[in-house]
Design a protein. Structure first.
Length: 203
């Protein structure tokens, strides 16, 4: 078991308490990313929602505090399918990943995803989590760092695991059957949520 400082545990405890008391899923995700940056410093990040449809994984409604909307939207419109770690979210065994544990430098730096999406944002190292309870997927957290700031540490992977366990439990308590996009009595996309769009406008 990894040994964390008293200050780190206090930060985690406060973060978890706020997590369970926040009813707004949009605000919850923004706050998680903000507070996560104190525990696991990073340059870019987003927290999306997701679900499994048959064998396919569907992600939607990403929120970010530090990523330009052009890159956030282009990820989901163009680059998601060629993200070198996208396969991770379709499996059920592990819930936290550090990209360098699975992908070599050569594989990463020769990929289209790296050259067209990561390099322009000056990010190189990735880490994240699959927010899920059993086989029910709720979304994912994705963090990136520049070469200058270095790869994520074992301690940071451990911290992400603790946070992810609570997030998964939090989402399961609210949405035991999962979250699907714009269903009645279910989650509504952030754009709809924020701007009061009609169903037709949302389409």
């Amino acid at each position: 078991m990894m040994s964390l400082s008293h200050e780190q545990w206090e930060q985690i405890n406060q973060m978890v308490l706020r997590m369970y008391s926040e009813d707004d899923i949009y605000k919850l995700r923004k706050e998680v990313l903000l507070e996560l940056n104190d525990l696991i410093p990073h340059d870019k990040s987003f927290f999306d929602l997701g679900y499994k449809k048959d064998t396919k994984v569907v992600f939607f409604d990403p929120v970010s505090n530090n990523m330009d909307n052009r890159y956030l939207l282009s990820y989901f419109n163009k680059y998601e399918a060629i993200d070198i770690m996208f396969w991770f979210f379709s499996q059920n065994q592990e819930n936290v990943y550090r990209e360098s544990d699975y992908v070599t430098n050569v594989m990463e730096e020769t990929s289209v995803f790296y050259s067209e999406w990561m390099m322009p944002q000056n990010i190189r190292y990735g880490m994240g989590s699959r927010v899920a309870h059993g086989e029910v997927l709720y979304g994912s957290i994705n963090l990136w760092r520049s070469k200058e700031h270095g790869d994520f540490t074992d301690e940071e992977v451990y911290i992400m695991g603790i946070i992810n366990e609570h997030l998964s439990s939090c989402f399961h308590n609210r949405f035991p059957n999962g979250i699907k996009r714009n269903n009645e009595n279910d989650y509504t996309d952030t754009m709809v949520h924020l701007y009061g769009l009609t169903p037709r406008e949302a389409e």
